[in-house]
Design a protein around this ligand. Structure first.
Ligand code: NDP
Length: 240
């Protein structure tokens, strides 16, 4: 039987306790992957995967996460840089704290996640990295100058790293979800949600599981072996 060949691969997912990250962890477990995930809060913890409390903005903590995963599960084959936040506001009202929190988590947090592992992937000659960016990073969005900037930067990071990493057999891709039903959408008012849905050709929000399948495809050493430096959009045709 055909398989994504992720059985027994070790994959680290950041922010795996809730939303899209939790769906990715759940799917990878079903595919037989050895999954580790980080969580900051204690909400919605998952069973059957190695859960490590860590804040992605803490460089030392993320170094310790990589060490712990490799000690307990083995060499890390895949990373899903999923943890992210939004602090939306119109630009003139955006505080320095809201700017910094979003850039520190969504961009520096990915640097902190990847840095302890990428050199090891190079040495081992294999690896697959998936960064969760956003439709907002490609087309912008009202009230999201900070968030869109962080997500656009993430596309630049993954495309550049893909060029560098190719010679080591390591692939780096991004997934750009459209609007997905998670806690992140809870801050959006009913009226705005209605407007967004009316703009989506599928006339509905996406589900976390629909993002998870795209991530599994990009992690797979067989299904996406010649794919790197791309952005896969999971957005119900809500294109830029
Ligand atoms: P949620 O708010 O449901 O979950 C966010 C996850 O990120 C939680 O697990 C949270 O942990 C974790 N996290 C946040 N900050 C940190 C931090 N500093 N350190 C460690 N973990 C942290 O969001 P989604 O599931 O919707 O979003 C997941 C990713 O998908 C994000 O990168 C988001 O930008 C992106 N995305 C989401 C879209 C959507 O419509 N939902 C659309 C496009 C992209 P904790 O529970 O501890 O807070």
């Amino acid at each position: 039987m055909a398989s994504l060949q992720l059985e027994d691969k070790v994959v680290l997912v950041t922010g795996g306790n809730r939303g899209i990250g939790a769906a990715i962890v759940a799917l990878l477990k079903e595919l037989g992957t050895k999954v580790a995930y980080t969580h900051r809060s204690d909400s919605d913890r998952q069973h059957g995967a190695l859960a490590i409390p860590a804040d992605v903005t803490d460089k030392a903590a993320m170094e310790a996460v990589a060490e712990q995963v490799e000690q307990k599960l083995g060499p890390i084959y895949g990373i899903v840089a999923n943890a992210g936040i939004n602090r939306d506001n119109f630009f003139p009202k955006l505080t320095p704290a809201d700017w910094d929190a979003v850039i520190d988590t969504n961009l520096k947090g990915v640097y902190n996640t990847l840095m302890p592992v990428i050199p090891k992937m190079y040495e081992r000659g294999e690896g697959s990295v998936v960064c969760i960016t956003s439709i907002s990073g490609e087309r912008g969005n009202i009230g999201q100058t900070n968030y869109a900037a962080s997500k656009a930067a993430l596309i630049g990071l993954s495309k550049s790293l893909a060029f560098e990493a190719a010679r080591y057999g390591v692939r780096v891709n991004s997934v750009a979800p459209g609007f997905i039903e998670t806690d992140m959408l809870k801050s959006v008012s009913g009226k705005v949600k209605e407007r967004i849905v009316s703009e989506i050709p599928f006339r509905r929000f996406g589900k976390p599981e629909e993002v998870a399948w795209a991530v599994a495809f990009l992690l797979s050493p067989i299904a996406s072996s010649y794919i790197t430096g791309t952005v896969v959009r999971v957005n119900g045709a809500h294109h830029t």
